[in-house]
Design a protein around this ligand. Structure first.
Ligand code: ATP
Length: 362
């Protein structure tokens, strides 16, 4: 049974459908991402989970119990926001203790509070800083205080809303690794909102990709990257070559012949029986292949799916090089570790049939 279930949740703000019929199930111990561009409804979904927003329709269940209308303070969830939401005039200890005291409604078990605060500060490597005022800390340290405050209450669920986006790149990557290790070590369940694909891939066990209030696909990072369900996801998640093509053969085998609209190149593609059943012959469709899936040869060799191309541009970026190619009007990008090619060189591209994906339009 999932720990958290959103069942057909919808929420409107005036004419805007912020969340539109979203159903998601988060398993116990999972680090679950909500990923999508700005305005797609991630924060509203998270606020509904937190109890800060009530859905117009649908229900929220936690640990087998319906909590749709349960006030946030009775949910026992920890939250970490982008802007830290700390009290600048209080020291670290008081900031972390605040959540614990508010929850207990008294300071009677002072010793336990103190232990818990120290333990939480230790976990985020801020022991010894208890007396420091929050405004004397760096952004990264402030965010660690916010994380300590959230975990001090021993939350049954941790909710993160873009918690690292105010940090610079190096600090963001470092804090990201620490956060992942911490959540795993404490065996917590987390829901993490971000618009940053790389961050979601690095942190999350599974991710729901959202667009315009809807969940388009849920999957593990690798699955989303390798098997995007549609064109929107393929464009949003990393670089992809999108190729307009049409299907030539009519058999419903798992392998089909296509012809690219630009360049007129024949391509053999592996697709599921179900996908092919819904794609009539001669109907235009979109094929996708990742830049790193394309191999470049100096001359033709034996084998299928080879396309003659000319190098138009080479972009060296350290560990990898992007080669921009033109295959008789079909523009493609290949990502290679190194290349001896130069601009205007002729070459042959190999597009492996199992790396070409047939995409739904939406
Ligand atoms: P961002 O990454 O920019 O925070 P998001 O994906 O988290 O975006 P939401 O903040 O959930 O998206 O917003 C979804 C849509 O609902 C947006 O169009 C937003 O303008 C609208 N919206 C959200 N909250 C409110 C509100 N309180 N009143 C009116 N409209 C709102």
């Amino acid at each position: 049974m999932p720990l958290l279930s959103l069942k057909s949740i919808s929420k409107r703000f005036g004419a805007t459908a912020a969340v539109d019929n979203v159903s998601v199930a988060v398993q116990r111990g999972e680090f679950f991402g909500l990923l999508g561009p700005s305005g797609c409804g991630k924060t509203t979904t998270l606020r509904i989970i937190a109890g800060l927003e009530t859905p117009d329709t649908g229900s929220v269940e936690f640990d087998g119990r319906e909590i749709t209308n349960l006030p946030p303070e009775h949910r026992g969830f920890g939250m970490v926001f982008q802007n830290y939401a700390l009290f600048p005039h209080l020291n670290l200890f008081e900031n972390v203790a605040f959540g614990l005291r508010a929850r207990r409604g008294s300071t009677s078990d002072q010793i336990t509070t103190s232990d818990r605060v120290n333990q939480a500060l230790d976990l985020v490597q801020l022991s010894g800083f208890e007396k420091r005022r929050v405004d004397q800390l760096s952004g990264g340290q402030q965010q660690r205080v916010a994380i300590a405050r959230a975990i001090a209450i021993e939350p049954s669920l941790l909710l993160f809303d873009e918690p690292l986006s105010n940090l610079d790149v190096a600090l963001r990557e470092e804090t990201r690794s620490e956060l992942r290790a911490l959540v795993r070590r404490l065996n917590l369940t987390a829901v993490y909102v971000t618009h940053d694909q790389e961050e979601a891939f690095a942190l999350c066990d599974r991710i729901a990709v959202m667009s315009a209030g809807r969940v388009l696909q849920v999957g593990a990072p690798r699955e989303l990257y390798e098997q995007p369900a549609n064109v929107t996801i393929a464009k949003f998640l990393g670089r992809n070559n999108l190729i307009r093509a049409m299907r030539l053969t009519s058999s419903n085998d798992a392998i089909a012949q296509f012809k690219t609209l630009e360049g007129g190149h024949p391509l053999i593609v592996e697709a599921t029986h179900d996908q092919l059943m819904h794609l009539p012959v001669n109907k235009p469709c979109i094929l996708a292949i990742r830049p790193e899936a394309i191999s470049i040869l100096p001359t033709e060799a034996a084998g299928e799916n080879q396309i003659a191309a000319r190098v138009e541009q080479i972009e060296f970026s350290g560990a990898t090089t992007t080669v921009k190619l033109n295959a008789n009007g079909l523009k493609l990008e290949a990502l290679v570790l190194r290349t001896d090619l130069a601009v205007d060189h002729d070459c042959v591209l190999i597009l492996p049939r199992n790396r070409i994906k047939l995409l739904r339009e939406n």
